[in-house]
Write a protein that binds this ligand. Structure first.
Ligand code: ASP
Length: 311
């Protein structure tokens, strides 16, 4: 059982709780591989997906995850919700609360929106990505995928490459990896690095080629154009030359190293088509893991434990 009502910041979760989520997700992954994928686990529970920023993978996989456990899942997008008519997030939250939602997944361009919502509702809140702050279920599904592919997290050298400064994926992934004993290193151009890249307690580098041959995992990020706010961006061509994975860099990687990406990919920028479609790329495994991990998170937050899942 988790000792939290919400999943907002991964930093608040212990190694034991993260391990429990990943282990429980393993059981759900087996369910997802069956022909009949439905469990009665969350029958009668209501899950609301409140997505105030665009999303393909996260929203869909929360919806599938809820439905696979028989929850009633309702989707609100920015265009269909009254936030567009000027309603505050707190008022939207109180409205959903009055309808007795059990769990609300919220995505917002505002950092801190899930925490604010949690103050106004009785429901469990899951952060589906807030601004450039955190994206905890992404970090969990990434950890799950690495464990499935490489067997463990401890001691692995994991390079996270690209727009470190504006990525919420990094904000959850680095603390999770550090906690679980991996050795992440963030890599990117100075203009896309935070002012203190070492503050998470991990290594950092401005040069990919120096560290590429030592990496077990090469985790590529998309440049967060929507969050650059006029910040200096190196030319895309130069960026790709220095930080993109192409044929030559594929050859420079360790033979067993894998390539990851949270999606959406900008083909030809962070990954060449050859790299994105190579045997090393586990990008669709990440998507697949997303459903199992989100089932696990919702199940554990809503009070389940790992013991009743075998059948
Ligand atoms: N899908 C991820 C996110 O929502 C990564 C990205 O958009 O680049 O943060």
């Amino acid at each position: 059982m988790l000792h939290h009502k919400h999943l907002i910041d991964i930093d608040e979760y212990s190694v034991e709780e993260i391990t429990e989520i990943l282990d429980t997700a393993r059981s759900f992954k087996e369910v997802n591989d069956r022909t009949i994928k439905k469990l009665p686990t969350l029958r009668g529970r209501t899950v609301i997906n409140l997505f105030l920023e665009p999303s393909t993978r996260t929203r869909t996989s929360f919806e599938i995850a809820g439905k696979r456990m028989s929850a009633d899942v309702i989707n609100f997008s920015a265009s269909s919700s009254s936030t567009k008519k000027g309603e505050t997030l707190a008022d939207t939250g109180e409205t959903l609360n009055a309808m007795n939602a059990d769990l609300i997944v919220v995505r917002s361009k505002q950092e801190g929106a899930p925490r604010l919502l949690a103050r106004h509702v009785d429901a469990h809140i899951v952060n589906g990505g807030d601004g450039k702050h955190q994206h905890p279920t992404q970090a969990l599904l990434d950890a799950f995928t690495i464990r499935e592919r490489l067997g463990h997290l401890e001691g692995l050298r994991i390079g996270i490459v690209g727009d470190i400064a504006h990525s919420r994926v990094v904000g959850s992934l680095v603390p999770l990896l550090v906690k679980m004993g991996a050795k992440p290193i963030v890599i990117g151009p100075p203009t896309l690095m935070p002012s203190e890249p070492g503050w998470w307690g991990c290594d950092w580098s401005y040069t990919l080629d120096d560290v590429l041959p030592e990496l077990d995992v090469v985790y590529m990020l998309r440049i967060q154009m929507e969050r650059l706010d006029g910040a200096p961006l190196p030319s895309l061509r130069e960026y790709t030359m220095l930080y993109g994975i192409d044929t030559a860099r594929l050859a420079a990687m360790k033979p067993e190293a894998i390539i990851m990406h949270p999606g959406p990919i900008n083909r030809g920028v962070e990954l060449s088509a050859e790299a994105a479609d190579s045997e090393r790329a586990v990008i669709l495994d990440q998507v697949n893991a997303g459903v199992a991990v989100r089932m696990s998170v919702m199940y554990l937050l809503l009070g389940g434990d790992n013991s009743g899942l075998a059948s």
